[in-house]
Design a binder for this molecule. Structure first.
Ligand SMILES: *Cc1c(COP(=O)(O)O)cnc(C)c1O
Length: 392
């Protein structure tokens, strides 16, 4: 029966396991461990842990398992492993499957911490990493070799909102037996069809849209049951990056409303982009869901929507700062996917560590601001942004 559930039904009911009390809202099993009936039962559980059997919260927990089942159902993945943060998911997905001598091809436009994992961590352990322009299929084709183990990219890149042709890159990677790992944060689990489009492993920072209310850190790795239970789980449970039961409960409650939230956010993103077309203070309003985006057709084909984030290219840093400081509703912070609208100046914050020439080649100009649309009334948001542009 659950196989036929549509997304919004699965988001509310998927994975729920009730205790003997029959609670309506998912229970938080805030326990580190579990009691066995006998020494023999403890021994048996360590030899083989069956379904709905637990040993230690770092290995698994009933609340965490509910979250894993629900998110896997939405993504169309066989299984999921929940992690302490989005970065625990990115680094866990990569390090659990890679070894010295392996070759990885990655898009260059990455969240700063993802870039650190690929560029500074993996290479220290003897993994060779080749960076490409993710939007240029020719570069992927040239970089992927017969011995390439994996390719990695953000399906919509942060903060420039370039979209990678997932299906085409997956075809190139699979022709050489390489696994496709995507950081799918900007696509959101609601708009993503990454697995049917060729991703082998899908990773989210649950901190973003899954919580969606700025409360907790979390992440999740999804893929085949073999990969999650055979490769990811042993690595994660022994290296310590598991999600806490309390955070899993927050993420479960977040999933219940994620479809309503991200659809409202995407509608506001589109309305704002439309309202700013030709605005004299805005050099470019970048939104993959708007017809003016160079990869609009690809975005619609892959996700049907452009996500919840808009980037505005203003004249320069001074103009960007004056605009940011004049905003009255939109908060200056660096999360995204939150119910509250948030503005970020990537060049001086999230991407500050990158050398300037790299920032410029990625399109992270001094005038670029990243705007994550919340669920406020879009008329109020557009009015706030207009008055702040007037203040430049
Ligand atoms: C935020 C983010 C991460 C990291 O997630 P955390 O939960 O902060 O660890 C990774 N990738 C992308 C694209 C992100 O936006």
């Amino acid at each position: 029966m659950t196989d036929n559930w549509k997304t919004r039904t699965a988001l509310v009911h998927g994975g729920t396991a009730r205790s003997q009390w029959g609670e309506v809202s998912e229970a938080i099993f805030l326990t580190q461990g579990f009691v066995y009936d006998s020494a023999e039962a403890a021994e048996a559980r360590f030899i083989q842990t069956g379904p709905d059997e637990y040993i230690y919260a770092r290995y698994g927990n009933p609340t965490v398992a509910m979250f894993e089942k629900r998110i896997a159902m939405i993504e169309g993945a066989e299984d999921a492993f929940a992690t302490a943060s989005g970065m625990a998911a990115v680094s866990g997905a990569l390090t659990s499957m890679l070894k010295a001598g392996d070759h990885v091809v990655s898009a260059r436009a990455l969240f700063g911490s993802c870039l650190y994992v690929l560029n500074d961590v993996l290479t220290r352990y003897g993994v060779e990493v080749t960076f490409v322009d993710g939007t240029d299929l020719g570069q992927w084709e040239e970089a992927i070799r017969p011995d390439t183990t994996a390719v990695f990219f953000e399906t919509i890149a942060n903060p420039t909102l370039d979209v990678v042709d997932l299906e085409a890159v997956a075809k190139l990677a699979h022709a050489h037996g390489a696994k496709v790992i995507v950081d799918n944060v900007f696509a959101t689990p609601v708009f993503s069809r990454a697995i049917e489009q060729g991703a082998d492993v899908v990773v989210y920072s649950a901190t973003k849209h899954i919580d969606g209310q700025g409360r907790a850190l979390g992440g999740v790795i999804m893929g085949t049951r073999d990969f999650i239970r055979g490769t990811v789980e042993p690595y994660m449970k022994h290296t310590g990056g598991s999600m806490s039961p309390f955070n899993a409960w927050i993420m479960l409650k977040g999933l219940e409303t994620i479809d309503l939230r991200v659809r409202a956010q995407a509608a506001s993103a589109l309305a704002l982009t439309e309202a700013l077309q030709g605005h004299p203070k805005v050099k470019r309003a970048i939104y993959p869901g708007h017809a003016s985006h160079p990869q609009h057709d690809l975005t619609m084909h892959l996700m049907g929507k452009g996500g919840t984030v808009v980037a505005l290219d203003l004249q320069g840093q001074a103009e960007a700062f004056r605009f940011i400081n004049a905003l009255k509703i939109v908060l200056i912070s660096n999360n995204l996917g939150d119910t509250k609208s948030i503005i970020t100046h990537p060049a001086t914050t999230t991407h500050q560590r990158l050398p300037e020439d790299q920032r410029m080649s990625l399109g992270i100009t001094p005038g670029l601001v990243r705007l994550s649309l919340g669920i406020e009334d879009p008329d109020d948001l557009i009015a706030d942004i207009r008055q702040a542009l007037d203040a430049i």
